[in-house]
Structure formats: C-alpha cells, structure tokens
Design a protein around this ligand. Structure first.
Ligand code: SF4
Length: 541
C-alpha cells in the first residue's frame, strides 16, 4: 500500500483520526486511565467501567479482559465482546531486561497466590502475566509492585512495550558488552513518557550484548545488537522493522554503529519516526515494519539522522555470530567464576508458589538475582559453584528444569483459549501434551528443536520462526454420523529459524492437523528428519 496521503501520518499533517482506536487515543491518553481505576473503577467494579477504557485504554497499564471459560474457538469471531469475556483481567507486569531481585520475585509470587489463583505465566517477552485479577484488587496490586520498584506501565497498548535483554546481561563470559546500563537508562527515560504514549501500534525493543542473540533482534521493531566497532570500541548495531503476526518481516540493519551513550537518543529517534511517520489508517498496517518496507533502510537512516538526531551515525559491522537456537538453560559459568542456573517452565506456565520458592532459593543458594528469558524460562544468577547442582535439583521439584530434554527446552506456547479472547485453540496444555508425548516416544532425540504453539495467527509465540510452528485454526471435522463439527486444529509451519540462515517456516498446502493428531504428526516429521539428515544438518535446513 502506498505511503503518504491518506495513511494518517502525523508528520505529513494528517492528524484527523482514521479509525476508532486512533480516535480513542486522541480523545484521552491511555496513561490517564490509571487514576480512573484508582478513583472510580476499583469502587464501581467491573460493571461500572467505561467500555472505551475497558477494552482500550486499560492496556496502557497491562490489563486485558479475560476470555470467559469454556467458549470454543469457533465462537470467537461471532460473539459480542461482553459475551466473550468474563469479569476478570489478565495483568501483565513489565520486567525490562527480565531483571528481578529475589524480593521482587517474592512479591510477584505473592500477588499470584493472593489475587490470581496461583497462576503465573512467564511470557516470551520476559514479562510475568497474571490471570483471574479483579479490578477491585488492581490498585492494591500496583501498590505492592511499586513498593519493590515494579509496575505495569505500558505493558500493553500502542506504546513502547517491555524492553528485552539477555538474562545473562552483565555476567555472561562471552558477551560483546553489557547492554544492561543503556537499557535501564532508556526505559527510565521513556517508559510512561506522554511523548511516546500514542504510537500507531505496539513498539517492541531489544537491547543486548549477548553473543547468543537470545533476544531475537530480527523480530523486534528496534534492536541494538552488541558489536565491536572498527576501532575496537564496543557498541551496538542498529536493526529496525521486525515483526511477525500475519505479515511477518525480518528487521533490517541500518548499517549504523551506535555508541552506548547514544542508545537512548537513537531509540527515541526511531520511536519518534514511528510515532510521526507510522501508518495510522488501518490497524493491520500500522506496525513499523510496513513503513520500513516502503522506505527501505537507507531512507529510514537518513530521516533518523537528519530529522531526529541532527548528526550522522558512523557505519558499523554486522553481528558476527548468530545461532538459530538460543537460550541460557543449564548451569553456565559467569565471567566472575560464579554460575547461572537457567531453567524452563511448562510452556510458560508456572505458579506464584513456585516463583516465591525460586525467590527463596536465589537468596539461600545464589546471590539474590533472577532474570526471566525470552524463551519463557528463568535464570538464577550468582550461584557459587558448590551450590549449582543443588539449585538445579531444587528447581526440578518446582517443575522448572535446568536439565530439560530437547523437547522441553524448545517448546513454548502463547496464552491461548484458556484466557485469550482472540484464541481459536488451547495452547499451553496442548504444548505440554505434545512435548511429553515426544519425550516418551523419542527419548534419544539429540538435536536442538523449537516447537512453538500459537492459539491464532497473531503469532505471540512466534510460529513462523520455529522448527515446527503450530498456528491455531478451527476446522470442520467429519463426525461418526457423517455430519461435520468444529474442531481445534493447527496449520503447521516447518523449518522457520532466526540467525544467519533466517527464514520463515514454510506453510505447506493442506498441512493441517487436528489438535489431537499433533503429537503423532510431530513424531512423524521428526523421524523423517532423523532418517534423512546429513552429518550435522539441523532440522530447519
Ligand atoms: Fe492470543 Fe493469538 Fe496471541 Fe495466542 S497468538 S496469545 S491466541 S492473540
């Protein structure tokens, strides 16, 4: 679609809102809703909430209405919002860089057990997400979070969402540089800043010096990737315009080298271009990736330098090593000789009870620091060598494995039909069934593998970049009596990966499996790979 007139680009003078979301944002900034929750809605309860706040501005503080229990995926598109939702909320806590102290994690755990039926999800953007939250409890929850330096500001909405970083940032033995300080500076300066609270759509950031590239810089709106510049100085390579969903695009390098002290300004410049030039007519066309696709990286860099920074950035090198399978699971030596113990969850699901026990464990056997990961896991830092195995043992008892099978290590899932109003299928439970079946049937499987289970085409769990990506659909399935009925199913995407050979998974015509068939299907595909693979050949290639 052509850029310019008619796309609602503010910088070209088109300020008149072109859709209801844009009108809502113009009429009342999402950041203002917090005070209404405190002053009004906690007292009126769910039924007193203005619909524009309820299904729109609440997201600016991490609140989504929750899907009513038991509504099948086939009904998602035909029900009115009030029929689809119950009177509870999902609440997302932003954890920039995934950085937590044991005190913060203890509070996160206690909130889940007290207010969220002991459910806690670690998302693939390093957030903690609660379910079953009542509006009456939200101000109290915020108070508890704020007391330990956490909040839910701009955890959702058309805003700068949580900023990803490597869970080993600052301690990894093999990183290029520590991106933690610049991430903290950037988040402190701009999260909650009204200058960036009305973006065309969400804006995802990753800042990391990690040599494993575990923050997936290829699929964020803006990424700063640690590199060593021509003169030996460590800094960042700048990437822009990545994103998945229904029009997946990989981020593009601008070829510019960013010194650590310039990161916050460059971030504000990129985000400012998105705010000012981003497309605001159609929600489906509003992510930064569409502007980059139309402009190309050269024009984007030129506008950034000329209109937003006021000076040119030097050219810089590309990141050197970009593996396709990325995480920090297991017992890993830190650069200071202590150890990090990284563990998987059950496709992102854990509990407040488990989080509180991890907090205690980090205090008693580690140094009291924990990080969440972009693979829905968590890492306990600063563990003395003599305690590392004991930490791993203890994590196993909490359903968090530092010694996972290849399948457990590589399986993630989005929220799915259990709580998400957009979902077509159940995900976390399905993902665990697939993973456990494969563990049982293929105990000797020896290759890194990613299995990403998604409840709809929105790709919150990145089905296009997985070895085996499951995208939820509803399919008509023939019944015993010859009639047809809706059934949960998956469109399968195969061979997606990030890294040097980045490619989106291929969708083969007709390759759909019912949810019940998914473990059999995955086993067949993996056995086919084992039978035919050449020496050292990965699944994706
Ligand atoms: Fe919900 Fe779809 Fe995102 Fe899953 S991929 S969390 S079902 S919107």
């Amino acid at each position: 679609m052509a850029a310019g007139k008619g796309q609602g680009q503010w910088a070209l003078g088109y300020r008149e809102p072109l859709n209801p979301n844009e009108r809502s944002k113009r009429d009342n900034d999402g950041l203002l809703v917090k005070q209404r929750i405190i002053d009004i809605y906690q007292h009126t309860g769910f039924d007193g909430i203005d619909p524009g706040d309820l299904r729109g501005r609440f997201r600016w503080f991490g609140l989504y209405t929750q899907r009513a229990q038991g509504i099948p995926g086939g009904r998602t598109a035909v029900l009115e919002p009030e029929e689809l939702e119950d009177k509870f909320f999902m609440l997302r806590v932003r954890i920039d860089g995934g950085e937590l102290t044991s005190e913060q994690l203890r509070v996160l755990g206690e909130i889940s057990t007290t207010y969220g039926r002991d459910v806690a999800d670690i998302t693939d953007r390093q957030n903690v997400q609660y379910h079953w939250i009542r509006i009456e409890d939200v101000p109290t929850i915020w108070g508890k979070l704020e007391a330990v330096g956490l909040d839910t500001t701009e955890a959702c909405g058309d805003t700068p969402r949580v900023m990803l970083s490597c869970p080993l940032e600052g301690v990894a033995a093999d990183s290029v540089l520590d991106g933690g300080p610049v991430l903290r500076e950037t988040a402190a300066k701009f999260v909650g800043d009204p200058a960036f609270s009305n973006l065309p759509r969400k804006f995802k950031t990753a800042i990391s010096g990690c040599s494993q590239h575990c923050v997936n810089h290829e699929i964020n709106d803006v990424s700063f990737v640690g590199v060593t510049g021509a003169d030996g100085t460590a800094g960042f390579d700048l990437w822009v315009g990545g994103g998945l969903s229904t029009n997946p695009m990989f981020a593009q390098r601008l070829g510019a080298f960013v010194r650590p002290d310039e990161v916050a300004d460059v971030w504000a410049g990129v985000c400012g271009i998105f705010r000012d030039y981003g497309y605001r007519r159609s929600r489906n066309h509003a992510r930064l990736k569409f502007l980059i696709a139309d402009w190309g990286p050269e024009k984007f860099r030129e506008v950034l330098e000329r209109e937003y920074l006021g000076h040119a950035l030097p050219d810089g090198p590309a990141p050197e090593k970009s593996p396709s399978h990325r995480d920090h699971i297991g017992i890993i030596e830190q650069r200071d000789g202590q150890y990090a113990v990284g563990a998987t969850t059950a496709s992102g699901r854990t509990s407040g009870t488990a989080l509180s026990r991890v907090a205690k464990l980090a205090e008693s056997l580690g140094g009291g620091r924990i990080r969440t990961t972009a693979q829905q896991g968590l890492v306990i830092l600063d563990v003395p060598a003599e305690n590392a195995e004991a930490v791993a043992d203890e994590l196993e008892t909490l359903g968090l494995s530092a010694r996972p099978t290849k399948f457990h290590r590589g399986t993630i899932a989005c929220t799915g039909i259990e709580f998400c109003k957009l979902a077509l299928v159940e995900t976390k439970g399905r993902a665990e069934i697939i993973r456990k079946e494969l563990e049982q049937r293929m105990p000797d499987f020896d290759t890194p593998i990613t299995i990403n289970v998604n409840g709809c085409p929105n790709s919150c769990a990145r089905f296009q970049t997985a070895d085996i990506g499951f995208k939820g659909i509803v399919q008509k399935v023939k019944q015993d009596d010859g009639s047809f009925a809706d059934a949960e199913a998956f469109q399968v995407h195969l061979g997606g990966q990030l890294g040097a050979e980045a490619a989106f998974g291929r969708k083969f015509r007709g390759l759909k499996v019912t949810a019940a068939e998914a473990p059999d299907y995955a086993e067949r595909i993996l056995n086919g790979y084992l039978d035919r693979r050449a020496e050292g050949e990965s699944f994706a290639t």
